[in-house]
Structure formats: C-alpha cells, structure tokens
Design a protein around this ligand. Structure first.
Ligand code: DSN
Length: 415
C-alpha cells in the first residue's frame, strides 16, 4: 500500500498509516467486530465521493450533482435487499449505533421503555446503557442470560416483558456466542404490544450467507453494521417493512444525520456485491467452523468457554475458574505483546469491573479472511492458551511471538 501523496504533505500521518498496514499484516486480528475488507472496498471508501454532499435519498436530494451518488446508493440498497431479503433498506447510518438511533427516533419518545440484554451479558451500549444516549433518553430494563448455561433466559425475558411493558424489545448482541431465537422474542414483543428491534451488527455476514437464522421478516426492525462479518464499507444499515419505511428514512435524515458518507456507501455497495458471490457463503461457513474449533481447543486446555461453545464467529472465555488471579485485561495485554489482538470482555455474572473484566472475547472473521482454516485455528487456540497460562514467562512470550509471525507470513494480507 502506497501513501506517497500523504507522505508529501504529512510524513507523520504517512508513517502512522504505513505502521497500521504493517500492524495488520503482522498481527492476528481477533477482535470479534473487526475484519479486513478487500482492496476493492478500500478503493471505493477512499474515493472522490468523500467530496460530495447528498442530503436526501436517491432521486430526491437537496443538492445538485448527485447523479453518481444516486447510482451508488441505489446499488447498495438493491444489493442489501438481495442479501438479506428486506422490503426496505436504508444504507445511510454512519454506524451501527446510528442505525439503532434511527429506529428509536422513528418509533419512541424520550421516557419510553426499552427492554434489552444487560451489557455484561453480551448486550451493547446503544441498547440502553446509562452512559449512552439510550440510557439517558429512555427508561431501560434489562434481561439476562442464564448464568448456568450462558444461553438467553427466554422465560425470564418474557416475565420481565410482562412486568415492565416495554415499547421496544432489543435483541441481537455484541458478545453472545449462540444463535438467537428471533421468533421467540417476536412472540414476546407481540404479546406485550412492543416493537422488536433485532441488532445483527456482529452477524450481518452470517445472516446474509444463511449460516445464522435471519430476523428479517420476523422482527419489526433489523439493524446492523456493514464492516464486521459482512466485510463491506464501514457504517450501519437499517432494514424494515414498507410500513415503517418513511418513518425510518426521515429519522435517519434529517432526524439524526446530515449528509450521508457517500464514500462509505460506495464501500458498502462494493462489499455487498462481493458478499453476493458464492465464495462469500464458503467464507461465512468457515468463520463459524473456525470459531467452533477455537472454542473446542480452549476447552481441551481447560478454559471455561461461556455457553460451552459457539454457533457464531465469536468465543467468550471466562477466566475466573481456570485462572482466578488473571484478569481479562492482563490476558489482553500479554496477547497483544505477542501479536494476538483481541479484547478483554465482561462475562455473565461479572465480578470485576467493565474496565478490567474477567473474560476475553475472540473472533474469527479477520483470520478467516486471511485463509485460516480449522487446523490453523487450532494452532492459534493452543498459542492463546499458552500465553494466557504463562503470561509472565518471557521465554514463552518470545516463542509465541515467533509463532504469530510465522502464521502471518503463511497467511498474507494486502500484498
Ligand atoms: N465495538 C463493537 C464491538 O466490538 O462489539 C460494537 O460496537
């Protein structure tokens, strides 16, 4: 990758950009929400569309000169409809959180009630956390996973919904490794006269490839991010039925955003086109197969995997049983030192703080993009275990760094 124009103007930023390319090439990106987009998506995202204002929607813009912006946004919408089977799609949200905001602003008023999964059990900030606008604007109640099984406690969710009478029930999660029973949650929502928002940010790609059940056509609203498992341009997306189309569109623009990031929408269009190819289904299947292998490898070493495995792209490890004196933050740091980049994460029944929790979360989308298969993933799982188990042994860390470099060299990126 060549940043020669940046270098001429700004060597400091050019150095950092080249450093980042180097970092991505020579480390294992296992943050579950990250991936490596193709060079085609990168080109589209860094295109001249960054210069263009296009408030409004295709065919109904507030500025002139939107011919190509219209063409690209229409392509992104049509491809998204084909990928997820949605009746109506809005590709303008700048992020997954902005997509959720678009749905809330279209449907509820400040003071209304949201029922969502607790953050420490796998929920998301934008589902009602007190530090987020959702926690400040709305009256929020939480549901939980069963602490014994790690699966969503659907019966308790139903009971809470009857007592709390929410206006919106949010499903879809950021650290929940199991398939979600969208129909069950929709039934609860129907029973208590609530709307159902399914946030598939993490699993958009898995749903598009049919390797995870789809909430589209089940939930009233489906939101997602476009740069995680779907591997397209960075941003968010909202899918809904025709009955909510106008409200959602008005809520995104002019309700919550101004000019759409047309260069990112170009990146979304290109990534969606890639995801429509048969190879993407193979990719998504491999993402899940790799995550299952990772979970099995961890368990074979005696690490406690939340819910006993995974149906998705992520594995959540609770370190408290196997390594009671090691925090997730310390594990994250030791792994980062050897080039395995993942994040410390809260676990169900968290006893430490959100800043230094008891677990680690590992995802397989990035490594699968680099061509890692089950046997390579087993090697990664062994390596992670060794580092966690010997986090203060310099010789082990040195050997692990060499192994990471060898794996990166075998699975090249952005050549
Ligand atoms: N930051 C993302 C994650 O890691 O889950 C969600 O926004």
């Amino acid at each position: 990758m060549d940043y020669r124009h940046v270098r001429e103007v700004d060597p400091a930023v050019a150095d950092a950009l080249e450093g980042e390319v180097d970092r991505q090439r020579n480390t294992l990106a296992m943050i579950a929400s990250e991936n490596h987009v193709s060079e085609a998506v990168l080109e589209a995202q860094s295109s001249v569309l960054t210069n263009k204002y296009a408030e409004g929607y295709p065919g109904k813009r507030y500025y002139a000169g939107c011919r190509y912006a219209d063409e690209i946004e229409r392509l992104a919408i049509e491809r998204a409809k084909e990928l997820w089977g949605a009746e109506h799609v809005n590709v303008q949200p700048h992020s997954g959180t902005q997509a959720n905001m678009g749905v809330y602003f279209a449907t509820i008023e400040p003071g209304d009630r949201i029922l969502s999964l607790d953050l420490t059990h796998g929920g998301h900030l934008s589902h009602g956390h007190p530090a987020n606008f959702t926690g400040k604007f709305y009256d929020v109640e939480q549901y939980y996973v069963d602490p014994e099984t790690g699966y969503i406690d659907y019966d308790a969710l139903e009971e809470t919904a009857r007592e709390f009478e929410p206006d919106v029930i949010v499903s879809g999660y950021s650290a929940y490794p199991r398939a979600v029973d969208w129909e069950r949650i929709q039934d609860v929502a129907d029973d208590v006269d609530a709307l159902h928002l399914a946030d598939i940010a993490h699993i958009t790609g898995l749903v598009a490839a049919d390797v995870h059940p789809s909430p589209v056509g089940v939930a009233d609203f489906v939101t997602g991010s476009t740069h995680k498992t779907i591997r397209a341009g960075r941003g968010g997306i909202i899918m809904t039925g025709e009955e909510y189309a106008d409200d959602v569109d008005k809520s995104v623009f002019p309700g919550g955003q101004g000019g759409p990031l047309m260069h990112n929408i170009a990146g979304k269009a290109v990534g969606f086109e890639e995801a429509l190819q048969p190879a993407f289904e193979e990719y998504a299947e491999q993402v899940v197969a790799n995550a299952k292998t990772l979970a099995e490898t961890f368990e074979s070493h005696g690490l406690s995997v939340v819910s006993g495995g995974t149906d998705t792209h992520l594995v959540l490890v609770d370190l408290r049983e196997s390594h009671p004196d090691l925090t997730g933050g310390e594990a994250e740091e030791a792994l980062d030192e050897v080039g395995v980049v993942l994040n410390a994460n809260t676990v169900p029944g968290e006893t430490r703080s959100a800043f230094n929790p008891s677990g680690i979360r590992a995802g397989t989308p990035g490594l699968t993009t680099r061509g890692f298969d089950e046997s390579a993933m087993e090697a990664v799982g062994d390596l992670i275990y060794r580092v966690v188990d010997n986090h203060d042994d310099d010789a082990v860390l040195e050997e692990a760094s060499e192994r990471v470099q060898a794996l990166c060299d075998e699975h090249t990126l952005y050549e």
